[in-house]
Structure formats: structure tokens, C-alpha cells
Design a protein around this ligand. Structure first.
Ligand code: AMP
Ligand code: ZN
Length: 483
């Protein structure tokens, strides 16, 4: 396999990837602000991060990924107060929803998932250190980072902030480049607002502080990767670099990877613009997680992705096509025609397709190229099967390649109907796809084999409810039809 390169936001160039510690990847991912359901724009970035970690794992790296859950910030405080709830109670249900959404989208669980409010003392300790070494100062009950002390400020966002007035401050968590000033590490306690009593006094953390704190705590001073959407480059990641490097004196992140936005009608999908869909909005319209995941993964992360329902339908049929293809290969593998050994004429083509697939991913995760390699092969093999020119020996190799594809794209193995049903979306009127039925039939057979007749009967009943009738044939196989 070839060299892996990534476009690094910090250098502005593609760079060959080598981890700091051989075989070991340390990766930090800015997680969701849990003040509402995440929208599919957010999931575009989370799916990219999942593809990244799956790709690295497929290449044999041990990945240690930390993702934070922002459960305290300006917006959460406002929303929780408006709902008359404590911030912990308010954010609990959105964390729950986020975990369900992750499972449905087949996002692998990061090794560490950490809530900001579980790390208040760690954050206070980091601020205390910055106060001690002169990078932070107190003013009006809050504590600010002194950006004049940090000459590299602006290196990531490629901005020259050297002319800004020393001592000018900004108190909100999110602001534009024009408003770059000394930012709040720690915010003074305001009456009626949630606060924590800590070694640096009462108050609450600024948003940027949590990511530096958790990254340093769980991954050490220098990470291999830090990822997020492009909107986080400034001020969030610029501020993370300042806080972390001021504390450790070491480079914070080696490869900064930022996903371009998901757009609707040319505009960034966002809560504030009101132009967003949550996953649940799409499930309610009968769309499946696998189609959504495929769509989000199909456009390379450094390219903007314009969301349309037409694109989502196409993604669903691409997934269907791949699943049907897998089913045909499984059949072909079993079909032993008894003909003299015809060899494996497709073997070189499969090797070539796989090389193109890997080369695509190696090139800054070019998922479009990787998918093109897969679909070209699907077309060729389907034609060969139609003509009866496909050998069982090739089927095994093609299936193995599909397995390696799915270790990264994760769309072949049916949708999680249990969770969808629990959320009330499985019976949305969309008929079960043939592959979903086949998967359930397989599960039923396995249940019977381990003599779990209760589970087997439940599957039969569930399928019957969805208009699928099973017929057990004498030879032990099952025939099914739609009513
Ligand atoms: P937030 O919950 O706002 O902190 O965002 C969670 C993640 O989603 C961050 O990495 C953001 O950069 C990312 N994000 C927000 N909006 C979009 C969008 N429209 N397209 C892609 N990523 C986004
Ligand atoms: Zn962050």
C-alpha cells in the first residue's frame, strides 16, 4: 500500500502521514454542543471523522480518539434557563439522542467520550497554570488569555492579529475574526447563572478551554490529529492552540483536518439559519440511516456537500445496488456448477479495483475516488454474472474486497431496525428492502440453530406485521413473499 497524505490546515499543504508514536494514533474530535438535536450538517463532520478512524484502523494503527460533549456554554445556559431546567438535566436528553444517532449511523464509539461538566476541576487547574506563567490575567471577575503573549496566534486561521489592541477582551464563546481579542478562559459568576466553586474562584469555563483540557489530559501534550468542521478554525481551534501550547510549551497538534460544510441551497446548514434537518426529520420521511451515511461519506471531506433529497434518493439506490451485489456474490460463491475449473479470471481486476480504492483513501480520504473504484467493479462483475461468465473463485475475492470497503463505509450490514422502531420510525411506510428481509431471515435461521425458538418466532411475527410471509421448505430453506 502507498503513502498516506492529508491536507493539513496548519501548513496549508498535503503532508505525508506518520504518527508521533509508531503504530499509535492520538486523535481529538470536537464533539457536539448538546443544546438540541444534532443536524445532518454536524453529522457530515462526524461521519468524516468516523471514516478517518476506520481507515486508520484498517491500516493497522491503534486509534485513541477523544470526543468531548459540550454540555456547558452560552447557548446551553440560555436554553436551559428558558426551559426551567438545570443544565445537566437539560443536556442529558440531547446526549442520549446523540448516542442513538451515532449508533444508527454506524459511527464507532471514540475510546473516550467526555462531558465538559465532568472536567471542571481539570479546567480550573489549566487556568491556574496559565495565570501562573503569565499567559492569563484576571479582569472584572473573569479570566482572559493574553494573546499578545502568544506570537503564533493566527497561524492556523492564517490571520495577522499582531496589531490588535492589547487588553481588549471578548466575553462570548463564538465571534468573528474582526472581533479577535483576549478571550475568556473562565467567566465570572453572574447571579442566577449556574457556576462552580473552584481553586480559581467561582464561575464557569469558556467553551474553548474544555477541548485543550481534555486533549492534554487524555492524549498528552502532542496529538496526531485534531478534527472538526471549518467553522471551528477560528476562534475555537486557534484558541485551543494558544491555551495548550502556552501551558505545555510543546506543539499541540501535528495534523489539523477540517471538514467543509454541508450546504442547503448554497448556504451552510445551521441551527441559527433555521435551514436544517435532523436525522429524525429524515427518518420521519422514510429515509434510512445507511443512505444518509452513504451520502455524507460520498463527497470528500474537503469539498462542500450540497444536500438535496434527490441526492439522498441516489445514495439509497447506491446502497441498494451494493447490497444486491453482495447477495449475488454470495449466491455465485455457493453455486458450484460442476464445470471444469475455470480459474479466477477477475482476480487481476479485483486487485486493481482495490488498489484504486486504497489509493483514493490514501489521498486525503478521497472517498469519491474510492467509491468510483468500487462501482466500476460492480458494473463489470454484474455484467459477467448476467452472462454466466463469473466464477465462484472470483466471488470469494470480490466479497473480501466488499468487506474491506464496508469496514470503512459501513453501509452494507442492514439498518438498525430495533433502534429505529424504538424511536418510532421503522413503520414509516417504507417497505422493507429485499436485503433487510434476507438479513432477518438469516437471523431467524441462526436463532433456530441455537434452539432459540422464541427469538425465531418473534422475527416471523415482525416480518408478518410488515407484510412478509415466510414459508419453511422441507429441505430446511426458507422462501418468503410479500403479501
Ligand atoms: P456544534 O454542535 O455546533 O459544536 O458542531 C459540531 C460539529 O459540527 C463541529 O465540528 C462543527 O464544525 C460541525 N458543523 C456544524 N455545522 C456544519 C455544517 N453545516 N456542515 C458540516 N459540519 C458542520
Ligand atoms: Zn473543541
Amino acid at each position: 500500500m502507498g503513502e498516506i497524505v492529508f491536507q493539513n490546515t496548519l501548513s496549508g499543504r498535503k503532508e505525508a502521514f506518520t504518527p508521533l508514536h509508531a503504530g499509535d494514533v492520538r486523535m481529538y474530535t470536537c464533539g457536539p454542543t448538546v443544546y438540541d438535536f444534532a443536524h445532518i450538517g454536524n453529522f457530515r463532520t462526524f461521519v468524516f471523522q468516523d471514516v478517518l478512524r476506520r481507515f486508520l484502523r484498517a491500516r493497522g494503527f491503534r486509534v485513541r480518539q477523544v470526543m468531548n460533549l459540550t454540555d456547558v456554554d452560552d447557548r446551553i445556559i440560555q436554553n436551559a434557563a428558558a426551559a426551567g431546567a438545570g443544565i445537566r438535566e437539560y443536556t442529558d436528553r440531547y446526549i442520549q439522542a446523540f448516542l442513538e444517532d451515532m449508533r444508527l449511523l454506524h459511527l464507532e464509539m471514540p475510546e473516550t467520550l467526555a462531558r465538559a461538566t465532568d472536567h471542571i476541576d481539570d479546567m480550573a487547574a489549566l487556568v491556574a497554570q496559565l495565570l501562573e506563567n503569565g499567559f492569563a490575567y484576571r479582569s472584572d471577575g473573569s479570566i482572559y488569555f493574553r494573546i499578545a503573549r502568544f506570537p503564533c496566534y493566527g497561524a492556523l486561521s492564517k490571520m495577522d492579529f499582531s496589531g490588535i489592541q492589547a487588553g481588549a477582551r471578548v466575553d462570548v464563546d463564538r465571534y468573528e475574526k474582526d472581533d479577535a481579542r483576549d478571550f475568556a478562559l473562565w467567566k465570572e459568576h453572574k447571579p442566577g447563572e449556574h457556576f462552580w466553586e473552584t481553586r480559581i474562584g467561582p464561575g464557569r469555563p469558556g467553551w474553548h478551554l474544555e477541548c485543550s483540557t481534555m486533549a492534554l489530559k487524555y492524549l498528552g501534550p502532542t496529538l496526531d490529529f485534531h478534527t472538526g468542521g471549518v467553522d471551528l478554525v477560528f476562534p475555537h481551534h486557534e484558541n485551543e492552540i494558544a491555551q495548550s501550547e502556552a501551558a505545555t510549551g510543546q506543539p499541540f497538534v501535528r495534523y489539523w483536518l477540517h471538514a467543509e460544510h454541508l450546504l442547503v441551497n448554497g448556504e451552510k446548514m445551521s441551527k441559527s439559519a433555521g435551514n436544517f434537518y435532523t436525522l429524525r426529520d429524515l427518518f420521519a420521511r422514510g429515509h434510512r440511516p445507511s443512505a444518509i451515511r452513504f451520502l455524507l461519506a460520498s463527497v470528500p471531506y474537503r469539498r462542500q456537500l450540497n444536500f438535496t433529497f434527490e441526492g439522498l434518493e441516489q445514495a439509497a439506490s447506491s446502497v441498494e445496488r451494493l447490497r444486491n451485489f453482495a447477495a449475488r456474490l454470495r449466491e455465485a460463491r455457493l453455486a458450484d456448477s460442476g464445470a471444469p475449473d475455470s480459474g479466477a479470471p477477475f482476480a487481476p481486476r479485483i486487485v486493481e479495483a482495490e488498489a484504486r480504492f486504497e489509493a483514493g483513501l490514501e489521498d486525503d480520504l478521497n472517498t469519491a475516488q474510492a467509491l468510483a473504484a468500487v462501482f466500476d467493479l460492480v458494473r463489470e462483475i454484474n455484467t459477467a454474472i448476467d452472462r454466466g461468465e463469473f466464477a465462484a473463485a472470483d466471488a470469494a475475492a470480490a466479497l473480501a474486497f466488499l468487506g474491506r470497503f464496508d469496514a470503512i463505509f459501513a453501509v452494507l450490514g442492514g439498518d438498525d431496525l430495533e433502534t429505529l422502531r424504538a424511536l418510532g420510525y421503522a413503520e414509516s411506510g417504507a417497505p422493507l428492502a429485499d436485503d433487510d428481509v434476507a438479513a432477518r431471515v438469516r437471523e431467524r435461521r441462526e436463532a433456530r440453530q441455537r434452539r432459540d425458538f422464541e427469538a425465531a418466532d418473534r422475527i416471523r411475527r415482525e416480518l408478518a406485521e410488515r407484510g412478509i410471509i415466510l414459508e419453511d421448505l422441507k429441505d430446511g430453506t426458507v422462501r418468503w413473499k410479500r403479501t
